[in-house]
Design a protein around this ligand. Structure first.
Ligand code: 5GP
Length: 179
């Protein structure tokens, strides 16, 4: 079954998480100017909501695009940065990565490695959702909206085979059953 089966986080729940994260981040970056780097494609809705709530000066918004998941619910190998940023956009800047979800950690680790090479003054990491039980690569997340168990979730930017990104709530897709 690859249909969303039940709402896991309502739009109101999500708005509450975004508000709290924006206030935590705003408190820490109040006197600095932030460069936000969204991770495409799943993070686009979260970034759009977060940036409008942040009480910190935002200098620039940029995106990287990473590909690793195919049409299935499991990773298909080492993540590749398929769309990067220009060097000037983050050199010497306070950078915050904005992720939809940290799962095995492989994507985040690849983004961190890639951005570090561009010489930011600082590099922070914010994710809406975190699935620590699935972690294979150790990454340190600075801001977590919510820790969730090993569910595959869609909506609010997150897809299954490119579908469901437009859903305003976050839904669970239960794994295919053999019975
Ligand atoms: P990781 O490299 O940490 O295993 O996976 C990170 C990426 O996999 C996320 O940015 C997201 O695009 C995708 N991903 C991981 N877990 C889920 C999930 O539960 N639902 C969806 N739709 N994508 C996921």
């Amino acid at each position: 079954m690859t249909e969303p089966s039940r709402i896991y986080l309502s739009r109101e729940d999500i708005a509450g998480l975004v508000e709290r994260l924006a206030s935590e981040i705003g408190g820490n970056y109040r006197d600095r100017s932030l460069t936000l780097i969204g991770v495409l494609r799943g993070g686009f809705v979260f970034l759009a909501d977060l940036v409008r709530q942040l009480q910190a000066p935002v200098r620039r918004v940029d995106f990287v695009r990473v590909e690793s998941y195919g049409a299935k619910m499991v990773s298909t190998g080492r993540p590749q940065i398929v769309q990067g940023i220009s060097r000037e956009s983050i050199a010497g800047q306070d950078v915050l990565i904005v992720e939809d979800i940290v799962d095995t950690g492989a994507t985040t680790a690849a983004v961190l490695r890639y951005l570090r090479r561009h010489g930011p003054a600082s590099l922070g990491l914010c994710t809406l959702l975190d699935k620590p039980s699935r972690r294979q690569v150790d990454v340190s997340v600075d801001y977590v909206g919510m820790t969730i168990p090993d569910h595959f979730v869609v909506g609010y930017g997150l897809d299954f085979d490119e579908r469901y990104r437009d859903l305003p709530d976050i839904w669970v897709i239960d794994p295919e059953r053999e019975d």
